[in-house]
Design a protein around this ligand. Structure first.
Ligand code: CMX
Length: 435
């Protein structure tokens, strides 16, 4: 066992009795009640899943392993000379719950380094996909193509004890995560830079290597670190994390699970919103001939969008009821590094203008900006202007959290997920509607 895996195993062994006790002694204790509005309304707020990797409070926002975003950015060791922590250290933290020291971080760096070589057939498959396909399609296809590499499948076929499911899942997860930045940067260079692929650096951290492979200079390494960390996890009920968890609960391997996770992330109500924000802003900019609109002009654009039956991308949230701290972290970075950028000025004005309008309209439960409102602007500023690529970046980050969750789900023996559905007739009967 590698040192990282051993550390994780110790945590798993210590944690298992807690889950076992809850199940054995407290299975019948009620946690929640469910009403018809929730059943028809996309299961909002029904407490029915468990994860220890992150928790989303509606007012406070996300905590990763108990730490808020500012605490994560402050407490986790930073890459020398950079403002941001190592993504590898953050992954160690998600996986084990411990704040890593330099040695712990090096364990993850080494694990990723030794597993990062992408099989050539994966690149062949991506090249064979029509170039005008969405990059999320390419990423999802690349991952599913690698399913034949699954260690879990091979060991399962040879007869694997349930207690050990987590072990080959860990192997698959690290094998896949190590390759994701390579595949994402390959897609970017193939699709938007005439196929001039930039080979990976040896022994660089995720941020530095990704910026290098994208062909974008500093501080894009820090932008990438921040981006991957912020997008990693948002507890388990969101579409991408939930899809990954659900698919994995059938003991489908990590490749099937993460590819499915990405397909959920690719929807405009979820991860695709970051590209939609830029598309919307570009549209406003074109209409304004590049001039920064006045507040009144911006208000009109917002109302026009709402009146045409569209949502304002980057605003609202199914759980959050305050400004998303992921938005705030990126806003702080933007205020420091790109406050003069015209697109940032648009975003800044939207921050002022949109919430009162959504409140006045009275539909959205949360009028405040979410993570996607700010993220594309930073990418744009550093020259990554191909906004349909932004969800790929979200996806690479999200895989960190979902892989950590799936490893733990296997370690704690979480079963096949299988909620119960009812017919409309049954709901009407429960409601006491006479027919
Ligand atoms: N603009 C306009 N209307 C909005 C809105 C927005 N930004 N956010 C919510 N609403 C509307 C909903 O469409 C819904 O309208 P109907 O009653 O006509 O169906 C109503 O307000 C109530 O919705 P809600 O309960 O507040 O929000 P949901 O939990 O149903 O949906 C979300 C949450 C994120 C899908 C929604 O706020 C939205 O569509 N936002 C814009 C897209 C976006 O930014 N998505 C990214 C979210 C973060 C992420 O997952 O990446």
């Amino acid at each position: 066992m590698t040192a990282l895996k051993e550390k994780l195993f110790e945590k798993i062994v210590a944690w298992r009795p807690r889950t076992a006790r809850l199940l054995k002694e407290f299975s019948e204790v009620k946690v929640d009640e469910v009403n018809i509005g929730q059943i028809i309304g996309g299961m909002r707020d029904i407490k029915s899943m468990t994860t220890d990797i992150s928790y989303l409070d509606p007012q406070e926002g996300i905590r990763f392993r108990g730490l808020t975003i500012p605490e994560v950015l402050e407490k986790l060791p930073k890459v020398p000379g950079s403002e941001m922590p190592y993504v590898e250290g953050f992954f160690f933290f998600l996986l084990t719950g411990d704040i890593p020291d330099e040695k712990d971080i090096q364990l993850v760096v080494n694990e990723f380094e030794s597993r990062k070589k992408v099989p050539e057939y994966v690149f062949d498959v991506i090249r064979a996909i029509p170039i005008d396909s969405h990059p999320m399609t390419m990423l999802s296809a690349a991952i599913i193509t690698m399913q034949r590499e699954s260690v879990f499948v091979k060991r399962y076929e040879n007869g694997l004890n349930k207690n050990d499911y987590w072990d080959p899942t860990y192997e698959d997860s690290l094998n896949l995560m190590a390759k994701l930045p390579e595949i994402a940067a390959f897609i970017y260079r193939l699709k938007y830079k005439n196929g001039s692929v930039i080979p990976s650096l040896n022994n660089a951290d995720w941020g530095e290597n990704f910026a290098h492979m994208m062909g974008v200079s500093e501080p894009y390494d820090d932008v990438s670190r921040l981006y991957f960390i912020l997008h990693s996890d948002h507890e388990s009920g969101n579409v991408s994390a939930h899809t990954g968890h659900l698919v994995a609960s059938a003991l489908s391997d990590i490749y099937y699970s993460i590819s499915a996770m990405l397909n959920g992330l690719a929807g405009p109500l979820h991860g695709l919103a970051n590209q939609e924000v830029l598309r919307w802003i570009q549209d406003v900019m074109n209409k304004m001939g590049g001039k920064i609109p006045t507040e009144d002009e911006m208000k009109k654009f917002v109302w026009d969008t709402l009146k045409s039956g569209h949502v304002i991308p980057g605003f609202g949230h199914a759980v959050l009821r305050k400004t998303d701290p992921r938005y705030m972290a990126q806003r702080e970075f933007s205020l420091k590094h790109l406050h003069e950028d015209p697109i940032f000025k648009y975003v800044d004005m939207l921050y002022k203008v949109v919430p009162p309008i959504l409140l006045e309209q009275g539909k959205a439960k949360n009028p405040w900006p979410n993570v996607d409102s700010q993220s594309g602007v930073i990418q744009w500023h550093y020259g990554v202007k191909e906004y349909d690529f932004y969800t790929v970046l979200f996806g690479v980050g999200r895989a960190l959290g979902v892989c950590a969750n799936i490893i733990w789900a296997r370690a704690l023996g979480y079963p096949l997920e299988r909620p119960k559905s009812l017919t409309t007739d049954m709901l009407e009967e429960i409601a006491g509607i006479k027919k």
